[in-house]
Write a protein of this length. Structure first.
Length: 176
């Protein structure tokens, strides 16, 4: 019963955060709504007994990605006035109708088959635990994991190099 209450509370928080993210005019408020939704998803992972995935959700998405989003929002400057007229007529009502149709489809699909984290999944007893994830990550998937790490490191170094690149100093120079 307690799991149902926690799920209901954080489902409401996730939906409220998503609504704030979509409806807020201020990008900072929108980012805070996204943060609330991401944290609620981490709580759902805990309810499914996937504590490692929940920790990664908080550390990577709610921490690092949200820091990046807020950094970009600060870089583009949110203090400028924008044109808020809708360029496509009837865009908002069509979006609302499509969102409601998607919600009906999700509820219909969820009423047919529903799984919770408290049961066993086939022959695997501990899905999503740190040991199982580590065995897969550093056993079966070690080369793709290291390749992704190398790719992200190169991307971070390239971002720093591009950030330090001075266009004004090279405009006067002639190419070969």
């Amino acid at each position: 019963m307690a799991e149902l209450v926690v799920f209901a509370v954080f489902a409401a928080v996730a939906l409220a955060g998503a609504f704030v993210m979509l409806s807020a005019r201020n990008p900072v408020y929108s980012a805070i709504g996204l943060l609330a939704s991401m944290f609620s998803i981490a709580v759902f992972y805990v309810l499914l007994d996937a504590h490692f995935i929940a920790a990664i959700q908080v550390i990577i998405y709610a921490g690092a990605v949200m820091t990046l989003f807020l950094f970009v929002i600060m870089m583009i400057g949110v203090d400028r006035r924008e044109d808020t007229t809708e360029p496509i007529p009837f865009q908002r009502p069509i979006g609302i109708v499509l969102a409601l149709a998607l919600g009906v489809l999700v509820v219909a699909a969820g009423s047919k088959a529903w799984f919770t984290g408290s049961g066993r999944f086939g022959s695997v007893d501990l899905v999503g635990t740190i040991g199982v994830v580590a065995d897969e990550l550093f056993g079966t998937w070690v080369l793709p994991f290291l390749g992704t790490t190398l790719l992200l490191t190169i991307a971070a170094l390239a971002t720093v190099a591009l950030g330090r690149y001075d266009v004004a100093a090279t405009e006067g120079e002639e190419g070969p």
